[in-house]
Design a protein around this ligand. Structure first.
Ligand SMILES: Cc1ncc(COP(=O)(O)O)c(C=O)c1O
Length: 450
């Protein structure tokens, strides 16, 4: 076996990376012929279609036969036009066919560009003080320097804080560990109402937007906001002329059992950032979907959008995204995520029988669970024990890939596992996954509790 750590730099130094050989459906194989279930959607909630779907590479290859790259400062391409129409037709609520779409490359660029659009919109509207983007703790909006300033994921941001201007944060909408020590619904959604304080504290004249994930992914392992949360957020944003950006990088295109995560709250954001499911991992593509009139304000001022990367709206990526969306529609994968996801969540409840599992949560095919050292007090394990990583290694040994996350408690402690298998996963395959989780839990508790 080659030594993958020697020249190519991987995410960790302390892990001997197996080499992936092939993949089909929800399974992938390494070069030793070992089979794994893709339980977390690639790395984190990407591979909606599963693996080996011929239609996508075929569409990319057909496009490449015409051309693979184009001078985007002079030309457009037909695939970009078609994809924009397709997304506009699907957009949620009042955005449907009343939006424009900007294509970019990664999820971090989509959230960064969403913030840029909010900022530029207010500048052209004659409110140039509006520059603050309020976000939440225990949230992830990407890893470039501005996106990380909006992100409330302590472990990934703390070292870089001297390099950016920090953005204000409100507590997460996380009922299991409610910041206000209240219970839903008596809490009266304090976690949403506190946005009003944050806006007033910063001065509404300075606040451009609020950004949030409908279902928090890697920071809270599939934690949906409570019922009514985004309705309150919407009202507060409207009251203070603050744009609402939904970060749907993980949730867009069916993952949560609705086409868009925010549809569970029946609220329309002003701007949406999307990426992962857009090509199901076949090509780096991301998009910013925003209200028509935001773009029209820039248009009217002849203010070109101040953003962009060399590979934005790559024609090969556009071909992949069109075919991916068609595949999701043709195979009714949103409905599949809804029904199989509900079954998955129900089966996962059985994990609560273990002493070290405190919470199970999720929406559609995006589910997760949280470890606790003490179930009554919800005390987490100390971060040094790297509990979620240890558990993930146990599932890996048993042929299941899971995504370990940390930071639910003050950003530092609190171990969780995020699961997001492809949307094509069947009930028997869910059973197979849950069986491996139980087997891993038994080994885990044996190791941890003795
Ligand atoms: C909600 C959310 N926003 C943004 C990003 C950043 O996306 P990318 O890793 O493609 O830059 C992620 C990545 O996991 C995410 O989960």
């Amino acid at each position: 076996m080659s030594k993958p750590n020697e020249i190519a730099v991987h995410r960790r130094w302390d892990w001997e990376y197996p080499i992936m050989a092939r993949a089909e459906g929800i399974y992938l194989w390494d070069t030793h012929g070992r089979r794994y279930i893709d339980g977390s959607g690639g790395s984190s909630v990407v591979t909606s279609l599963g693996h080996g779907v011929r239609e996508i590479p075929e569409a990319m290859a057909r496009q490449a036969e015409d051309y693979s790259f184009y001078p985007a400062h002079i030309f457009t391409n037909p695939k970009l036009l078609e994809l924009a129409d397709l997304i506009a037709d699907l957009a949620p609520g009042t955005l449907r066919n009343k939006c424009k779409i900007w294509m970019t490359v990664t999820g971090s660029e989509a959230t960064d560009d969403a913030a840029r659009l909010a900022r530029q919109y207010w500048v052209v509207k004659g409110k140039p003080q509006k520059h603050i983007i309020i976000s939440r703790w225990q949230a992830f909006h990407g890893d470039n320097i501005f996106a990380i300033s909006m992100s409330g994921l302590t472990g990934r941001r703390r070292m870089f804080t001297p390099m950016f201007r920090d953005m204000p944060k409100i507590p997460s909408a996380f009922c299991y560990r409610c910041h206000f020590e209240k219970a839903y619904p008596q809490c009266d959604l304090l976690c949403a109402r506190v946005l009003e304080d944050a806006i007033c504290q910063a001065g509404p004249e300075n606040v451009a937007a609020f950004i949030a994930e409908p279902v928090v992914g890697s920071a809270l392992a599939a934690c949906p906001a409570p019922v009514g949360y985004f309705q309150v957020i919407r009202e507060i944003c409207d009251k203070y002329e603050v744009l609402f950006i939904a970060d749907e990088v993980m949730t867009a295109l069916g993952r949560t059992g609705r086409m868009w995560g925010i549809e569970h709250w029946d609220v329309t954001p002003d701007i949406i950032a999307m990426s992962k499911s857009l090509t199901s991992g076949h090509y780096p593509v991301a998009a910013v979907v925003a209200r028509d009139d935001l773009w029209e304000a820039l248009h009217a001022a002849n203010a070109h959008f101040r953003a962009g990367h060399t590979l934005n709206a790559s024609v090969i990526g556009m071909a992949a995204a069109i075919e991916t969306i068609r595949y999701i529609q043709k195979h009714d994968l949103v409905e599949m995520a809804r029904t199989i996801g509900a079954y998955f969540l129900q089966r996962l409840q059985s994990l609560l029988s273990y002493d070290t599992i405190g919470d199970v949560r999720g929406k559609g095919m995006m589910v997760g669970f949280e470890f606790v050292a003490d179930k009554k007090t919800k005390a987490p394990f100390t971060p040094e024990r790297e509990i979620s990583r240890l558990f993930s290694e146990l599932t890996f040994e048993r042929g299941l890939i899971t995504y370990p996350c940390t930071g639910t408690v003050r950003g530092v402690a609190g171990d969780t596992i995020l699961m997001a298998p492809p949307l094509i996963t069947t009930k028997p395959q869910v059973d197979e996954i849950v069986d491996i989780l139980h087997d891993s839990m038994r080994a885990f508790e044996h190791q941890i509790l003795g």
